[in-house]
Write a protein that binds this ligand. Structure first.
Ligand code: TYD
Length: 248
């Protein structure tokens, strides 16, 4: 069996750092694992990301925004997540469909049933086995991100790593069109995430993003460890790909 783990949280919560630490740790233990992100993670998805985050695109309609996030997600599931899970691997994804419910649903007031229908259409109903939520105060998170910000990154370095089959290196966080929304929007998103967690408490693990990087990494590994049994049988020497193993 495979394992699908997603990371969610507000801007500046540190989820991308934690996703990378978990990825490196699982890889070092010899697990077949990939790390990807939303929106993005594929060539097409990274182009869609550029459209979504571009600060000049002030005219984008909320519906267009939902459909673009969903289109990027559909491509990612089709091209990367679905095939890797069907080979029995572990997929770590920095954001997934819960971000659409929180940001476009609770944040922009889109009808949640409509979002569920669009998401199911885009993903074929694929759901994470576990979702790690890094909980941070919206204002503090935005401040953290503002301090670390850079201009929206160019697509080129990311595509190069994709083509070489290496995990993407995202560089500094970018300050983008979605971050630039007012604080009350980010607070509605945070409330939305809390409501989503209440609906499905067994899938989510909420963690305090104010903890140190090391403490959080340890807590995340504790949450993931019981689920690793389901991929244990695919434990491979690190230089052997899943496809190689499947051929043997
Ligand atoms: P991300 O790359 O995670 O940015 P950050 O590292 O700044 O958190 O996500 C990009 C932005 O896209 C972020 O503001 C959240 C937003 N987003 C949505 O609004 N809806 C979605 O479905 C997804 C996946 C992301």
């Amino acid at each position: 069996m495979s394992l699908f783990i997603t990371f969610e949280g507000l801007e500046g919560s540190g989820k991308s750092t934690q996703a990378r630490i978990l990825y490196e740790s699982l890889q070092a233990q010899g697990y077949p694992v990939i790390l990807t992100r939303e929106p993005g993670g594929t060539r097409i998805g990274e182009w869609i990301r550029q459209i979504l985050v571009d600060l000049r695109h002030t005219e984008m309609s909320p519906t267009t925004e939902v459909l673009l996030f969903s289109a990027a997600r559909a491509q990612l599931v089709h091209e990367l997540i679905g095939p890797y899970l069907s080979e029995g691997g572990i997929v770590l994804c920095d954001r997934y469909a819960d971000s659409t419910y929180a940001y476009q649903g609770y944040g922009l007031n889109h009808n949640l049933d409509d979002l569920l229908a669009i998401t199911t259409f885009a993903t074929g109903g694929l759901m994470p086995d576990l979702t790690i939520y890094l909980d941070i105060d919206a204002e503090l998170g935005l401040e953290r991100k503002r301090q670390a910000r850079s201009a929206p990154s160019s697509l080129a370095p990311h595509l190069a790593t994709l083509q070489e089959g290496r995990p993407p290196i995202y560089g500094k966080p970018e300050w983008n069109r979605l971050d630039a929304r007012e604080l009350s929007y980010h607070q509605r998103v945070a409330d939305g995430f809390h409501k989503l967690m209440l609906r499905e408490p067994e899938r989510w693990r909420r963690m305090d993003a104010n903890l140190s990087i090391e403490d959080l990494a340890r807590l995340i590994m504790d949450a993931v460890a019981p689920l690793l049994e389901q991929v244990q049988q695919y434990h491979l020497p690190s230089n052997q790909s899943l496809s190689d193993a499947a051929r043997e």
